[in-house]
Design a protein around this ligand. Structure first.
Ligand code: IPM
Ligand code: MG
Length: 359
């Protein structure tokens, strides 16, 4: 087994707490020779502003570019919320994504059977749910220029949403290739009835499909309708392909189908590296209380094994351990229907115990 070096970016809020549980999992896998991983730490987000005066310090950037892959907790603080954009914690995350060319964001949305009753949606609507959102991650309105403020009597903020054929083609290829390994069905989500950026998006997806992916069933859907359909009948989807902002919004929405936003992991990929992080934010309101659900983070470790470390066996081992823990009735506060619930570290420990049972 070749040694892998990963970079840990715990970040802000609940980030450090969930990272601790991820580290416990990696340590157990190392101890049992299922992995050979060394890890280092760096700051990103609010903690980096405090320690280095910038949300994405050079030291973090150098370590990130040298690591085999990266695990990230969350960024965002109340303290820096009113800072100018480049000194907001979120800018650190966006800089990381952009500088590593992480244009692919994979957000699997699947339901653990034991959580059927934790979702606010009727169980027959979500039973056996298994979809993937492929979100373009370094384009669109998040990064478009020009952007800024026009000061004056009627202060105005403005942003630009743009997509080029090349940007759309590379993310769409990823979605189509993935879809070929699943049920060969892609729904591309846009707002082509209003936005030029979406018109190029739709034309490009349609052309790529016609030229190279005849076996895949492709549908197009407007984002407002997609938001509605996700709640009405989520199982009509398999792979959802969409742009940056729509993917951000739809993935938070989709997370509630699985019971809690604390359940959803993500992989942000370039052609050479990956950053693995929960889709939820830093949740400052619950930070430091030991109640955050570490499962999205630990599932992100599982995704790291699948995508960057090419070890599907360990990835499945982690997922199965989580499934068994949930089946045994251990729930954190966000997914518990009862007064009693497991703390963050109790959930982490239960998952580790379960992993140990199967090695
Ligand atoms: C996400 C988050 C980020 C985003 C924030 C923290 C910048 O919401 O990963 O979904 O908007 O992409
Ligand atoms: Mg988001």
């Amino acid at each position: 087994m070749t040694k892998k070096n990963i970079l840990l970016l715990p970040g802000d809020g609940v980030g450090p707490e969930i990272m601790l549980e991820a580290i416990k999992v990696i340590d157990v896998l190392n101890e049992t020779n299922l992995s050979d991983i060394s890890y280092d730490y760096a700051d990103i987000g609010g903690i980096a502003i405090d320690n280095h005066g910038t949300p994405y310090p050079d030291e973090t950037s150098v370590k990130a570019s040298r690591a085999d892959c990266i695990l990230l907790g969350a960024v965002g603080t109340k303290k820096h919320e009113k800072n100018e954009n480049k000194l907001k914690p979120e800018s650190g995350l966006l800089a990381l994504r952009k500088s590593l060319d992480l244009y692919i964001n994979v957000r699997p949305v699947f339901l653990f059977e034991a959580l059927l009753e934790s979702s606010t949606i009727k169980s027959e609507v979500i039973k056996n749910l298994d979809i993937v959102i492929i979100r373009e991650l370094i384009g669109g309105v998040y990064f478009g220029e020009p952007r800024g403020f026009k000061d004056g009597v009627n202060r105005t903020g403005f942003n630009t949403m743009s997509y080029s054929e090349n940007e759309v083609t590379r993310i769409s290829k990823y979605a189509f290739d993935l879809s070929n390994k699943r049920s060969a069905k892609v729904t591309s989500v846009d707002k082509a009835n209003v936005l030029e950026a979406s018109q190029v998006w739709r034309e490009t997806v349609t052309k790529l499909h016609a030229d190279g992916y005849p076996g895949i069933k492709l549908d197009h859907m407007y984002v407002d309708n997609a938001a509605m359909q996700l709640i009405k009948d989520p199982k009509q989807f398999d792979v959802i392909l969409t742009e940056n902002l729509f993917g951000d919004i739809l993935s938070d929405e989709a997370s509630m189908l699985t019971g809690s936003i604390g359940m959803l992991p993500s992989a942000s990929l370039s052609d050479v590296t990956g950053v693995y992080e929960p889709i939820h934010g830093s949740a400052p309101d619950i930070a430091g209380q030991g109640i955050v659900n570490p499962i999205a983070m630990i599932l992100s470790v599982a995704m790291m094994f699948e995508y960057s470390l090419n070890n599907i066996k360990v990835s499945n081992l982690i997922k199965d351990a989580i499934e068994n823990v949930l089946r045994s009735g251990i729930f954190t506060k966000d997914i518990s229907n009862k007064k009693e619930f497991a703390s963050t570290s109790e959930m982490g420990n239960a998952i580790i115990m379960e992993i140990k049972k199967h090695v």
